[in-house]
Design a protein around this ligand. Structure first.
Ligand SMILES: C[C@](O)(CO)[C@H](O)COP(=O)(O)OP(=O)(O)OC[C@H]1O[C@@H](n2ccc(N)nc2=O)[C@H](O)[C@@H]1O
Ligand SMILES: Nc1ncnc2c1ncn2[C@@H]1O[C@H](COP(=O)(O)OP(=O)(O)OP(=O)(O)O)[C@@H](O)[C@H]1O
Length: 302
């Protein structure tokens, strides 16, 4: 019998986030180009008397440990589908910034789903797992799949993308989080009275990914939520400026923020930009990571 399963799941950065008009269901259609980057949470699941969640890591105190935790919701969703109890202890070893626009909660949801599937021997198909992921949240399917992908619909309909080599990033973690619904609502407010076009992926950006061309990618990146995130958190403008001044090829808000992402040309440049951001006094912490990296992966089965 399997006593525990540990899954590793990456964070994401959105290299393009084109946001369409508000839909009647409260979501927005997207052209969402995801890249999985090498910052990981680890989710370990083991049998228990009842569903329980624990979390360790620098941001652990900000993570809910009740049934709203996406890892708990994933375990409950899989258990319900297979007519069993979700009596497991889920432990999250958290390295992805919380409420930072890097899909940390989504990563834990995808990780818990894969871990429970392995622990219980459910044998759910990839399609079934992706269906459950989409029910849990718009970013969760990508956390399962990883690599690079174009997300359409609300971001859950994924097409894998070809990427040559790796892109290097520096992430500046801000104090406190931003609520994703609040950032989308601010985006709607800022665009009120304007005609919002249907979101389309940038051909130049997809080509830059295929070519592994960081300079071309830098010229093509874009995030329609950036002005909304900066409007809600004006101090992000100083962080973006500090990274640009330090030589980043591109500076952008990661997803709904408030983490900011800086594309750089290589590892040496990443260290230079990271040092400048650390001493700039404009952020709480700085992380360096590259991508694409694989999605949720079983690390250990005991
Ligand atoms: C900003 C991104 O991280 C970019 O990848 C995602 O779009 C957010 O994905 P997520 O955190 O998984 O979001 P969900 O849990 O699905 O939705 C939370 C809330 O965000 C808003 N939301 C989310 C996705 C989307 N395409 N349109 C939206 O308007 C809605 O208000 C929704 O109620
Ligand atoms: N396992 C989890 N880890 C972190 N936050 C979680 C988790 N489960 C639920 N949450 C809740 O979700 C909120 C958003 O956290 P999360 O780290 O997923 O944000 P995010 O990275 O901005 O997400 P996204 O990029 O998908 O919009 C948190 O404030 C927290 O209340």
């Amino acid at each position: 019998m399997t006593a525990s399963v540990t899954v590793s799941v990456p964070a994401k950065v959105n290299v393009q986030l084109a946001v369409g008009p508000l839909r009647p269901d409260g979501f927005h259609d997207l052209a969402n180009v995801f890249l999985a980057v090498g910052l990981h949470d680890r989710v370990t699941v083991r049998p228990a008397d009842e569903l329980r969640v624990t979390c360790t890591g620098p941001d652990a105190s900000q993570v809910p440990l009740d049934a709203t935790n996406l890892a708990a919701r994933a375990a409950l969703a899989l258990a319900a589908r297979y007519g069993r109890e979700a009596n497991v202890h889920l432990h999250i070893d958290k390295d992805i910034p919380v409420a930072g626009g890097m899909a940390g909660g989504s990563a834990d949801g995808a990780g818990a789903l894969l871990a429970c599937d392995a622990l219980w021997g459910t044998g759910a198909s990839r399609e079934e797992l992706l269906e459950i992921c989409a029910e849990l949240g718009s970013d969760v399917p990508f956390s399962l799949v990883g690599g690079a992908a174009l997300g359409r619909g609300r971001g859950e309909l994924l097409t894998p993308l070809d990427v040559r080599g790796a892109f290097h990033w520096v992430f500046a973690v801000a104090d406190g989080g931003l609520s994703t619904p609040a950032v989308y609502a601010e985006c709607d407010r800022l665009r009120e009275g304007t005609e919002v076009p249907a979101p389309e992926p940038s051909e130049a950006l997809l080509q830059a990914l295929r070519d592994g061309d960081a300079g071309a990618l830098a010229a093509a990146v874009g995030n329609d939520l950036q002005s909304a995130a900066v409007s809600l958190r004006p101090s992000l403008a100083a962080t973006l400026a500090a990274g640009t001044q330090a030589g980043a090829l591109a500076a952008m808000v990661s997803g709904s923020g408030p983490t900011t992402a800086f594309l750089v040309s290589g590892e040496a440049e990443a260290e230079k930009v990271a040092d400048a951001l650390r001493t700039s006094g404009t952020c709480r912490a700085v992380r360096v990571a590259s991508g694409p990296v694989p999605g949720a992966t079983v690390l250990a089965r005991r």
